[in-house]
Design a protein around this ligand. Structure first.
Ligand code: ASC
Length: 152
C-alpha cells in the first residue's frame, strides 16, 4: 500500500489568490516514514522560526542577515510537512481531527504558509517593527493549528 497525498492544489490556490502553495504530492514507503518526515520538517521549521522570534521578542540581539536567512528557510519549510499527513498516516502527535476535518486542517496549514511567507518578506526589509508584527502573526498561525490539530 502506498501513502500518497495530493492536496486539492488548484482549488486551494485559486481560493487563496495564489498565495499558498500546498501543491505537492509525495509517496512514502510506510506511515512511519510519513510521520518522521512531517516531524523532521516541522522541527527544523520551529528551530528557524525561533531564531527570528527570539530577536523579535528581545531574547536575542537583532541581526538582520540572520533574521532574513532563518525566515527564508522557515518559508521553504512551512510548505513541506503537509504531504506527510496523507491517508493512513495517523499517529505521532497528530489528532484524528486532521483526517476527520481535512478542509479545516488544510485551511489552517494554508494560513500558516501565508503568514510565514509574509514573515520572510518582512525579514527582507530588515525593519524590526515589521518583523515583530509578522512574527506575531506567524506564531499565531502555528498556535492556531496546534490548538486544534496537535495532541498536547
Ligand atoms: C514556536 C513553536 C510554535 C510557535 C507557537 C507560537 O516556536 O514551536 O508552535 O512558535 O508557539 O505561538
Amino acid at each position: 500500500m502506498k501513502y500518497a497525498f495530493a492536496t486539492a492544489a488548484v482549488a486551494l490556490a485559486a481560493a487563496l489568490g495564489g498565495g499558498a502553495a500546498m501543491a505537492q504530492s509525495q509517496t512514502f514507503a510506510s506511515p512511519d516514514d510519513a510521520i518522521k518526515f512531517r516531524q523532521a520538517t516541522l522541527k527544523e521549521l520551529q528551530q528557524n522560526f525561533k531564531v527570528i522570534a527570539d530577536m523579535a521578542n528581545g531574547r536575542a540581539a537583532f541581526d538582520a542577515a540572520k533574521a532574513d536567512s532563518s525566515a527564508a528557510r522557515a518559508a521553504e519549510l512551512i510548505k513541506q510537512p503537509w504531504v506527510g499527513f496523507g491517508p493512513g498516516t495517523e499517529g505521532g502527535k497528530a489528532q484524528p481531527l486532521v483526517w476527520q476535518e481535512q478542509d479545516k486542517f488544510k485551511a489552517a496549514a494554508a494560513r500558516a504558509e501565508e503568514e510565514v511567507g509574509k514573515l520572510a518578506v518582512a525579514a527582507k526589509t530588515g525593519n524590526i517593527d515589521a518583523i515583530k508584527a509578522a512574527v506575531g502573526a506567524a506564531g499565531g498561525s502555528c498556535k492556531a493549528c496546534h490548538d486544534d490539530f496537535r495532541r498536547r
